[in-house]
Design a protein around this ligand. Structure first.
Ligand SMILES: [Zn+2]
Ligand SMILES: [Zn+2]
Length: 417
């Protein structure tokens, strides 16, 4: 017994010395190629060390070592003493338990032929469908684990799971489906935080729709991928709202309500901020953008000194005396002609088709600009925002071309086109 303990200790001592050796080695003069060789060799030894770790975790777990050490479980002991996350600890405990029954896989793992991630996928499969069915395909799995990358290995184990245990896979899918959740909460700062979890199919549907709306508009589109994905989600919802295909709530098609005055849209001095439902007060320029292409209802109100509008039935100036009919700021026939002429966003370099666009009044209708082709261009929502909120100046030249000028006196957050 004591001699076995001594062997283990000496293994750890050798390991410590070997790592010390690596730590003092200078890597300043290594070529890229030599560094690459080092990385492969080190990773291989890390994987082999993981195998030895897993082998010991299994004995420790089986002998209730964690309980003896005062921990509630092996996983919590590994978390507390080895700095592993719950999922990393669970993964290793499971690997220990499964690989004890799958010697062919364990051997490949210990010899550094199959990498940690691939072996972990085999252990997960065995845990899901049982060790016996896994043994019938173990040779194939190990052969693959020694050759393919983690993505292909994941595919192979998923495929095997469906083929050998379709009912079990269905149960797991149903459990994943039950676990779905989604939260879309507004903070006191006004921004929304989105969090959630979807089952595989639900996630794929959302991802597919978002991917279709995520590509950059052109070489000058400097948005980060994560920003483009966020814009894609808003675009998806905006299109649904615009299409009018969503079910009615409170007898109305769902829409965002902007309440404002002509003074605000004209940016008159002292005008009150516009109100966007679910958002609160917004900047006049954002209100001008939203009002550019919208359904407009004009209400006449009695003069009043009320400071803040209570809701859509009360304007910024007081009690409503009369409410006109709702009409589009850009009537359908003009929109159709505009689409025929512009064929998409007219901001130079942008290729967004008409479905992505708003009609933009070059001289705003609130400032007396007319709603005619001479005063309108299609802009995608991003470029529409750049013109209003970022101050890009846009002109429709007599020859029909569109000229843009960088904002002056405001920080330019986009590159010159
Ligand atoms: Zn506009
Ligand atoms: Zn555009």
């Amino acid at each position: 017994m004591s001699s076995m303990l001594a062997t283990v200790e000496s293994g750890i001592e050798h390991l410590t010395q070997a790592v010390n050796g690596l730590a003092v080695e200078s890597i300043d003069n290594l070529t890229g190629h030599a560094l690459g060789d080092d990385l492969v060799a080190i990773r291989r030894q890390i994987d082999r060390l993981e195998a030895e770790f897993v082998r010991r975790v299994h004995r420790f777990d089986r002998d209730n070592g964690a309980l003896a050490e005062g921990a509630a479980s092996t996983v919590s002991w590994l978390r507390g003493t080895c700095g592993l996350t719950s999922s990393a600890a669970t993964d290793r405990v499971r690997m220990g338990r499964m690989l004890n029954e799958l010697p062919m896989t364990m051997e490949s793992f210990r010899e550094g032929r199959a990498p940690f991630t691939n072996v972990s996928l085999i252990a997960r499969l065995a845990d899901d469908i049982g060790v016996e069915p896994t043994r019938t395909v173990e040779r194939t799995l190990v052969d693959a684990a020694e050759k393919v990358d983690a993505g292909r290995m994941w595919y192979l184990t998923s495929y095997t799971r469906q083929r050998l245990d379709a009912d079990g896979a269905l149960d797991r899918d149903n459990r994943d489906h039950e676990r779905r959740w989604f939260a879309c909460d507004q903070t006191f700062g006004g921004v929304f935080i989105l969090r959630g979890e979807l089952d595989a199919e639900g996630g794929a549907i959302v991802k597919t729709a978002l991917d279709a709306l995520t590509p950059p508009t052109g070489p000058d589109d400097l948005r980060k991928t994560s920003q483009r994905r966020a814009d894609a989600l808003v675009e998806l919802a905006a299109r649904q709202l615009k299409s009018g295909n969503l079910p009615e709530t409170h007898g109305q098609r769902p829409h965002l309500t902007l309440t404002t005055t002509l003074e605000t849209l004209r940016r008159d001095d002292g005008a009150q901020p516009a109100e966007l439902a679910k958002v609160g007060p917004i900047h006049a320029e954002a209100a001008r953008r939203i009002a550019c292409d919208a359904v407009r209802t004009i209400a006449t109100a009695a003069a009043s000194t009320d400071a803040a509008p209570a809701d859509a039935a009360t304007t910024a100036n007081g009690a409503v005396l009369s409410v006109g009919r709702a009409s589009r700021t850009i009537p359908a026939p003009i929109r159709t002609a505009l689409v025929r002429r512009d064929k998409g966003c007219r901001f130079p370099g942008c290729d967004r088709p008409p479905e992505w666009t708003d009609g933009h009044h070059i001289k705003h209708w609130a400032d007396g600009g007319e709603t005619s082709l001479r005063n309108l261009v299609l802009l995608c929502r991003r470029h529409h925002r750049m013109v209003h909120e970022r101050g890009w100046v846009l002109r429709l030249e007599p020859d029909g071309s569109v000229a843009v000028e960088e904002p002056r006196g405001r920080p330019a957050l986009v590159r010159r086109l």
